[in-house]
Design a protein around this ligand. Structure first.
Ligand code: G6P
Ligand code: MG
Length: 217
């Protein structure tokens, strides 16, 4: 392995590897409309990187709606069924530009690769997009107790890879995820806008045209 390369890279899923935010948006909007209010793309921004039940709370806050715990579970299940109906049709074409080449180069360079996502639908998305073989370890919303910005998801990834946190790079598109990486003591590359991802060590727009040689310092 080249000396400037980290021992491991940990990738967030939604917004880093695939653009599933549009499907989350369609599903949450349908549920909001059913409850009688509008839900905009701007509102949807607040749900990025946030767990399913916390997303529901934000969505209900937008509509000024209060539900009982039982009703909340019913609405969250309904949202997820709708969301799953979209993602079960995903194809490898939906992998964001440059991501697969980047993963390929890491693999060829013997850098360990983990996935660290809040999504309980991670296994389905990875299998629909054909990306399962790239990951040595997958940590998702089914395995962690504390959601980002808690560092649990990334620390578990490093532990399972048997690599110290300080030798890991994290790739994240959400502010909560950048904070989680910082708290884990990992180097964080933000994917998206530098204004939103202020706490990242470095920010790139996406992986298109980005190679590990260009990125690792
Ligand atoms: C990711 C997404 C969030 C989503 C969360 C849970 O972090 O960025 O928007 O709410 O995963 O996803 P799930 O598939 O478990 O509902
Ligand atoms: Mg994300």
């Amino acid at each position: 392995m080249k000396s400037n390369y980290p021992l491991a890279c940990i990738f967030d899923l939604d917004g880093v590897i695939v653009d599933t935010a549009k499907y989350h948006f369609l599903a949450w909007r349908a549920l909001a409309n059913e409850l009688g209010f509008e839900f905009t793309e701007e509102d949807n921004e607040r749900l990025k990187g946030v767990s399913r039940m916390r997303s529901l709370d934000i969505m209900l806050e937008v509509g000024n709606v209060t539900l009982s715990e039982d009703e909340k579970i019913r609405v969250a299940d309904k949202k997820n069924n709708l969301y799953v109906s979209y993602i079960e049709k995903m194809t490898p074409d939906e992998i964001l530009p440059g991501v697969e080449d980047f993963l390929k180069t890491l693999k060829e360079s013997d850098v360990k690769i983990a996935l660290g996502s809040a999504s309980k639908n991670t296994p389905l998305i990875l299998s629909r997009t054909g990306l399962v073989p790239y990951f040595d370890v997958v940590v998702d919303g089914n395995m962690v107790e504390k959601a980002k910005p808690d560092p649990e998801v990334f620390l578990m990834g490093a532990k399972l890879l048997n690599v110290p946190p300080s030798s890991c790079y994290v790739f994240e598109d959400a502010a909560a995820g950048v904070e989680a990486a910082n708290r884990a003591g990992m180097y964080c590359v933000g994917i998206g806008s530098p204004e939103i991802l202020k706490q990242a060590n470095k920010v790139i727009a996406g992986f298109d045209g980005i190679t590990p040689d260009k990125l690792f310092i």
